[in-house]
Each structure stands twice: as structure tokens, then as C-alpha cells.
Design a protein around this ligand. Structure first.
Ligand code: SF4
Length: 282
């Protein structure tokens, strides 16, 4: 039987105490455990940023890549071995700035992976500059007179791109978050979970208190209603909904692709490639 201890990494997280990332690490470990996924069948892929250090803190396969590129790597891993549970993870700077095009295209392709974003509305690793989700007027080192750009809405972006599972969680509600992560992993297709995750060191505006006053658990009466989901995803201000906002079952990229349909790449023979060729290539 798999237990959370099986996922305990030997490297302890170096995040600031109370950083929202801790709740996400627990939610990922707890979900994989509840679903009975063995660490040898789980892969966590990240980009760059405070949150992207997560693969080091979990005892599973991991790939700590480059800025914004977790999704193509995660897709390739899934395509090579669809038996693996693949989670891409990173921050809002990583995913919605450097990684925007990969976010869009992976959602559009409906690759069967789960993408969790630790959305703290700043670039934490580089000491708190405004990120694409930073609020209008947010004062930081990069925006000393206040952010003049409107923040992007990652949820409506994901919906417009074609994501088949769109949810929002909050690090201050870890039980609810774990349930969302579990549902995201179970969903067949691209699951996107944006997690409101306070950066306690640099973002003094969007704090736990800020979100606790606004966040409420929302249960959609019909998660398949795209227009209703879009409208709900636009709700932001005094009230911010968290929960599963949209889900649709559609064919995945792997199911449609003529090569992947024939079976996992890891089980394909090396057509015409000799062991010597392979050695030379390596
Ligand atoms: Fe977390 Fe912010 Fe500290 Fe980075 S700087 S570890 S995001 S609290």
C-alpha cells in the first residue's frame, strides 16, 4: 500500500516559512497517495522559479527544466510512456510569461497531463517583480509607480485555448486543494489548476488574509456548460470562486495521433537502428 511517506524526498523544501507552495506539495503527495500511484509511476516536471524547485522535494521521477518549458517536456514524457502519471508544475511567471505559448498549445492539444500553477502574482525567485497576474497598481521593484498593465486571467485563457479541465484552488484551503488535484489527475486530458498561493515575503497585497476575505468554494451545477464556466472564471474582486469550474471529456492528443495510437513509444522496436548506432548517438 502506498503511503505519503513513500513520497517523502530526502531534500527538505527551502521555501520561506508559510509560503503557499507547501500546501501544493502536500496536495500533490496526498493525491498521488490516495490514488494509489506508486512513486515509480509518477513524474513531476517544472520550469524555473521558487515553486519550480518542487521536483527536488518529492520522491518520484522529476525534471527541473528551463523557464516556461515544463509543458513540452511533460507532454513528451506522457507520449513516450502513457502509463506514467505526469504533473507539470511551476509559477505564474514561469507559466504565463515565458511559458505562454506552451500553455496555450498544450491546452489546445488536450495532452493527458495535469498542470498546477502556483499563482502568487509575483516573480518570487527574483525578489518580487510584477508577474503577468500582478494586480493593476501593484508596487514592486519593477513597477515602482504601480503596475500599469491589466493582469491576465489564466482561467479564461485556458478555456479559450481548449483546456478540458479548469479549476482554481487556494493554498489556504489545503483539503479542498488536494481534492482538486486528485480530480485533475483523474481527468483524462489536459487539467489546469491555478492555485492562489501567497508569496509571504514579497507580495504584501495578495496575502492569506486578502484571499480569506474573498475566496469562496463554488460547486458548478453543470461543469460542462462552457459559457457559464467562462462567466464564473471572470468573477474576481470582492468574491473569488475556487473549485472545479469546467470539465469536458474529449479525445486526447495521444488517442488521436496515428503513431501514439499504435502503442507507447517505449515499447516500439528500434526500427533499423542497431545497438552500435544507438551507442554512437548517445
Ligand atoms: Fe515562497 Fe515568495 Fe519565499 Fe519564493 S520568495 S519561497 S514564492 S514566499
Amino acid at each position: 500500500m502506498i503511503t505519503v511517506k513513500d513520497y517523502e524526498g530526502s531534500v527538505k523544501p527551502d521555501w520561506c516559512p508559510a509560503c503557499g507552495n507547501f500546501a501544493q506539495l502536500s496536495a500533490i503527495k496526498g493525491s498521488l497517495t490516495e490514488l494509489g500511484v506508486s512513486p515509480s509511476n509518477a513524474v513531476v516536471v517544472s520550469g524555473i522559479g521558487c515553486s519550480s524547485n518542487l521536483p527536488e522535494f518529492i520522491r518520484a521521477y522529476g525534471f527541473h527544466g528551463i523557464h516556461g518549458r515544463s509543458l513540452p517536456v511533460a507532454s513528451a514524457i506522457k507520449w513516450a510512456n502513457p502509463k506514467l502519471t505526469v504533473i507539470a508544475y511551476g509559477g505564474d511567471g514561469d507559466g504565463f510569461f515565458e511559458g505562454t505559448q506552451h500553455f496555450f498549445h498544450t491546452a489546445k492539444r488536450n495532452v493527458d497531463i495535469t498542470y498546477i500553477v502556483s499563482d502568487n502574482q509575483v516573480f518570487g525567485l527574483t525578489t518580487g517583480q510584477a508577474s503577468p497576474t500582478a494586480q493593476l497598481g501593484y508596487v514592486s521593484k519593477s513597477t515602482p509607480e504601480g503596475n500599469i498593465e491589466k493582469p491576465i486571467n489564466p482561467l479564461t485563457f485556458a478555456l479559450a485555448a481548449g483546456a478540458t479541465f479548469v479549476a482554481r484552488g487556494f493554498s489556504g484551503d489545503p483539503k479542498h486543494l488536494q481534492d482538486l488535484v486528485k480530480k485533475g489527475i483523474q481527468h483524462k486530458g489536459f487539467s489546469f489548476i491555478d492555485v492562489l498561493s501567497p508569496c509571504v515575503t514579497f507580495n504584501k497585497t495578495n496575502t492569506y488574509d486578502f484571499f480569506r476575505k474573498r475566496v469562496y468554494r463554488y460547486e458548478s451545477p453543470d461543469t460542462g456548460d462552457f459559457m457559464a464556466a467562462y462567466k464564473k472564471c471572470e468573477e474576481w474582486g470582492d468574491r473569488i470562486p475556487i473549485g472545479l469550474l469546467y470539465e469536458s471529456i474529449q479525445e486526447t492528443y495521444e488517442e488521436k495521433d496515428p503513431v501514439y495510437r499504435k502503442g507507447p513509444i517505449i515499447e516500439s522496436p528500434y526500427r533499423g537502428i542497431t545497438p552500435q548506432d544507438l551507442q554512437e548517438f548517445l
